[in-house]
Write a protein that binds this ligand. Structure first.
Ligand code: PMP
Length: 285
């Protein structure tokens, strides 16, 4: 099946959706992106995603050549053109074609492309059993370097942590921050449950402010589950009753082992399961 890709204002066949080798998104990871779910024909939390995309771009001094409204319309157009009602959308903005130097001044026109496709980050059965993770030796970006709050095309740090997970034979790695506190996973935010209370690192602990994370915090508030954003140490992971991770691709995934230590009973806990149910209900609208 050949997908239709939105590329700089036009829908083109996947085979013809090509970016120049001089694009700085490729040469230097100079660009930003979003990953957005479509559930039952409707874009999930679209305003929050669009806002983060334009904030990311602003932070790296990249002017997106279309308005947020046009971006939203282009995203809609892309998944509809491919007849998807449930899918994952990737919206990418690159600095565009430049020369071989890093100076973005020489890239005159940023490129925008949008892909709508299916995604399965983890096998279905893992959502029932939970997954094992490690803490990676690679730390999350220092907030005063390229901020972890920017969803940029520069994922190498996270990829290196993911390779550590691969080497350890587990699907995901927790990254600590520059102070040694818990930040997040390579592409997911992290939550723990302790004595019935849900805890998650603060945005200022060096994380991407996940859209799914925001939904979980909101669902906790609505269901009178105590949820607090606070600094967590690796120790807090080891002694947690429950752990789960959240992301657009992963949705809500229980974690049952960290660095070989069994978390809680070794099975997805009751609060995690409740939040998974609440999330599913929320998604169904
Ligand atoms: N952290 C990182 C580093 C991510 O790349 C992502 C998105 N894949 C997340 C957290 C989760 O964010 P969201 O819920 O907005 O997908």
């Amino acid at each position: 099946m050949s997908l239709k890709i939105w590329l700089d204002g036009q829908l083109v066949d996947q085979a013809n959706a090509k970016i120049s080798v001089y694009d700085h998104g490729l040469l230097y990871g100079d660009g930003v992106f979003e990953g957005i779910r479509v559930y039952h024909g409707k874009l999930f939390e679209i305003e929050t995603h669009i806002r983060r995309l334009y904030d990311s771009a602003k932070s790296i001094r990249l002017v997106i050549p279309i308005t947020p409204e046009q971006m939203k319309a282009a995203i809609e157009q892309t998944f509809r053109a491919n007849n998807f009602t449930d899918c994952y959308v990737r919206a990418v903005v690159t600095r565009g074609v430049g020369d071989l130097g890093i100076n973005p001044r020489n890239s005159k026109s940023p490129s925008v492309f949008i892909i709508a496709d299916t995604i399965a980050v983890y096998p279905r059965a893992m959502y029932e059993k939970g997954m094992a993770v490690i803490t990676a030796s690679y730390i999350r970006n220092h907030p005063n370097a390229q901020s972890p709050r920017i969803k940029s095309l520069n994922y190498l740090n996270n990829i290196l942590a993911k390779i550590e997970a691969n080497d350890a034979g587990v699907p995901e790695a927790v990254m600590l921050n520059h102070e040694g506190n818990v930040a997040e996973c390579t592409a997911d935010n992290i939550f723990i449950v302790r004595d019935g209370k849900v805890l998650t690192p603060k945005v200022t602990d060096g994380i991407l402010e996940g859209v799914t994370r925001g939904v979980i915090i909101k669902l906790c508030a609505k269901s009178s589950i105590d949820c607090v954003e606070r600094t967590l140490q690796r120790h807090d992971l080891y002694v947690a009753d429950e752990i789960f991770v959240t992301g657009t691709g992963a949705e809500v995934m229980p974690v049952t082992k960290v660095d070989g230590r069994v978390i809680g009973t070794g099975e997805p806990g009751s609060t995690t399961r409740k939040l998974i149910d609440l999330f599913k209900q929320y998604v169904r609208g």
